[in-house]
Design a protein around this ligand. Sequence first.
Ligand code: PLP
Length: 418
Amino acid sequence: MDTQVVPRISREEEIYRLRTPASRRFFAEAREYLPGGDSRSTLFYRPYPAVMDRGEGCWLYDVDGNRLLDFTGNHSSLVHGYGHPAVVEAIQRQLRKGTCFPGSTEPQLRLAKLLCERIPSVERIRFTSSGTEASMNAIRAARACTGRARIATIDGGYHGLSADATAGVVVLPFNEIDSTARILEAEGGRLAAVVVEPVLGSAGMIPAERDYLEMLRETTRRLGIILIFDEVVSFRVAVGGAQEYFGISPDLTCLGKLIGGGFPLGAFGGRADIMALFDPTRGRPPLPHPGSHNANPIGMLAGAVTLELLTPQAIDLLNTRGATIRRNLAAAFAEAGIAAQITGLGSLFAIHLTGQPVRSYRDTLGSDTDLRHQVFLGLFNEGVQLDPRGVGNVSTAIGSDEVSWLGAAVRSVLSRMM
Ligand code: PLP
């Protein structure tokens, strides 16, 4: 007799399957053409991911017609929600003028000025088509200007780089001042750069502690190492990014996601003397930086309009809503008697189902990821879209009613699990 073990389908998964038959059919067909049914590894979750149809403000609609209150903004790319009218109107005008050109465009200068004015450490900037390319180019620049090859990154850090691109890197323990300082002193003269996210994003929205970043700044400066802040996710926490919030100036900064207003975009910038490595005006630059779609005008314009709407007042409101969500989540899990740590900064938040206080990626390793998955599916069933890894963020399309809705949805899901 065949004794194959059939995994038990949870109640939340059962409801999910009933709500998403069109997604299931789509996924089955897509797997015949795309390995894993998609081109983006991070979007997969069991039993199959919901397939999206459209978005409006803070609402997402999947191909089964489920309406979902969205706390992802495509993993923090859409700080004003889906289809903000000012962004749509600007890109429609640009679409009629042209989508790409064999020359620079006015929208590129507009976005470059906006970013350099907001981030004082960014004296010069260049655009790429993704955050991944931004971090690759920042690392190239650090290697070229120091003449050193080795890179140090943070345990649990994510810069879009594949494991082979970061092979041989030195890994630093996040928020551990003494051990990190010891490693840096020992590696010293061999390191080209330290790359750090001021808020560890993919590892679960874990903010750096200010004295940790201060130590990195002081030590890298003394040892001639380039300090790179990856602000692809954290830029949204203040007008000038997390570096303004923490009061620390890196040598180079990587940007992406929201600065493209929903279009594929990245940027890297910083000290003018380092960025001069990319300057072709005095002959062949030490670092050529080609790319057919670098600084595409649609993304430039969508990003410029997005940033113009992201005023100090808008950021304050986002951060207030983020703080309320973190408080509500902590209260809901505490009432349910489920050990949870809610991390985040500004409008970024994450749920870690562990009793261990979370200051680093390592602290998250004991989290109950099965339960987190049930909560994720449960929230979907309640009409809320979160990232399957339990991370989320707030867009300006989210009002106080939607913040309360999230709290109520979490309580409802947890009550089914008690
Ligand atoms: N850096 C950070 C901190 C990120 O979170 C990401 C993507 O999630 C990247 C870089 C890579 O950006 P992209 O997905 O645009 O290549």
